[in-house]
Design a protein around this ligand. Structure first.
Ligand code: HGY
Ligand code: MN
Ligand code: MN
Length: 413
């Protein structure tokens, strides 16, 4: 018989507000870049909270944190609830951390009711989901899924020249636990939708059936630095002009392939960035996504054709490389069914959604049955300090996830 265990919404909310202080910004957001001092604060807090519940806490070679609560059958791989504690530079209070703290609230509920699950339960903080400081993103989960070796992660350098491995060591989270060979009976990830659908339609819980494909690129455009006063317009090799035209070309391409195509130049560095020098070199990033991998390939082909047709006539050379690719994902039908049962058990309204944003669940779905649950966020705003969800919305997602975990666990008994 699966019990009706109720989470404590106020306690969940209080943990969200408490941890939002780690990197809290004046505008009410959170800046907690991966492996920063603020990330360490959140990690330390999370570790202490899990240890206080009697969990065994381990840290692997790339800083992923695993907090495990034993079950009756510790021979079974754990049922995991995971997400991420790191944020964007202008992040919010809920992106990633809701999923981790929802897992903690679920464990607290199990602990205080003394309910013993069949399988062990494990809450996970995945390192560097955002990829904002060290690219690519979703790194910790990708290493565990075997996409990258730990050595690749340790070798990464951010745009200020800091090294991932050294930063991991500096904050004390370069663990000994091997990243390879981890097994899970299932992984559930609760996350805010980061889009407007649930909020607009006043739906309480999103049943996430999959995730769109996404690719990240880095482009370096090389022209020639020159004097802005003495260099005739016809003799310039202006790297910023070419890059600006590419920003427009990439935006136009996405509009033409809409409604599902999205493409963004989110990061640009102009060198030497001096007001009286014709820019000689520009670095920029491209983020392209689509639910259909074939269309995503067409977008890539078109982007590469545009680079040649826009930059070459301006006398510019360039280097472009795809640094990250996560194909479209379909989540586990069995776990999706558990989420439906879990939401229904608490009487929440639901809607099926495909995730536009990337999440660690994408890579973990390669090694274990995985699915996601969405909570609404106000006007879909995210990756923005104004990101906002309510106590009730966070509680509905958390209660659904606990119900779904217990439903799945009951099938392992
Ligand atoms: O980029 C993403 O989709 C995720 O929010 N890091
Ligand atoms: Mn996230
Ligand atoms: Mn994010």
């Amino acid at each position: 018989m699966i019990p009706n265990l109720s989470i404590n919404p106020q306690r969940l909310w209080d943990t969200l507000m408490e941890t939002a202080e780690f990197g809290g910004t004046a505008k009410g957001g959170v800046k907690r870049l991966t492996l920063s001092d603020e990330d360490k604060q959140a990690r330390d807090w999370f570790k202490r909270a899990c240890e206080a519940l009697g969990c065994s806490v381990t840290v692997d070679q790339v800083g992923n944190i695993y907090a495990r609560r034993s079950g009756k059958r510790n021979d079974l791989p754990p049922i995991a609830m995971g997400s991420h504690l790191d944020t964007q530079p202008t992040g919010g209070k809920f992106d990633g951390i809701l999923g981790v703290l929802a897992g903690l609230e679920a464990l607290r509920t199990l602990h205080e009711t003394g309910y013993e699950t069949n399988a062990p339960i494990e809450i996970i903080n995945w390192t560097n989901e955002e990829g904002s400081r060290f690219a690519p993103g979703m790194l910790g989960s990708a290493v565990v899924a075997g996409v990258y070796k730990p050595e690749f992660a340790w070798s990464l350098i951010d745009r200020d020249g800091s090294n991932f491995g050294a930063e991991l060591e500096r904050i004390g989270y370069k663990g000994d636990t091997q990243t390879g060979g981890r097994a899970f009976s299932a992984m559930f990830e609760l996350h805010i939708e980061q889009g407007p659908i649930l909020d607009k339609e006043k739906i309480e819980v999103g049943v996430v059936t999959g995730m769109q494909g996404m690719r990240w690129y880095e482009v370096t455009v090389t022209g020639e630095s020159a004097h802005t006063g003495a260099t005739p317009m016809t003799m310039r090799k202006n790297a910023l002009l070419g890059s600006a035209r590419m920003v427009d070309a990439i935006d136009r391409m996405a509009h033409e392939m809409a409604p599902s195509a999205v493409a963004t130049v989110g990061m640009i560095e102009n060198m030497p960035n001096s007001r009286n020098v014709v820019p000689g070199e520009v670095f920029f990033t491209i983020d392209m996504r689509h639910p259909d991998d074939e269309v995503l390939q067409q977008m890539e082909d078109r982007m590469r054709a545009e680079l040649a047709s826009v930059l070459t006539p301006l006398g510019l050379s360039y280097e472009e490389r795809c640094i990250w690719s996560s194909p479209a994902v379909k989540f586990s039908p069995e776990l999706i069914e558990c989420v439906r049962i879990g939401a229904k058990k608490s009487g929440y309204t639901t809607k099926d959604l495909v995730s536009g944003a990337g999440h660690d669940a994408a890579f973990i779905s390669r090694i274990a049955p995985t699915t996601m649950i969405f909570a609404p966020c106000l006007n879909g705003i995210s990756h923005n300090e104004a990101e906002s969800s309510t106590l009730e919305e966070c509680a509905a997602g958390t209660q659904t996830m606990l119900n779904a975990v217990l439903e799945f666990d009951s099938r392992l008994g």
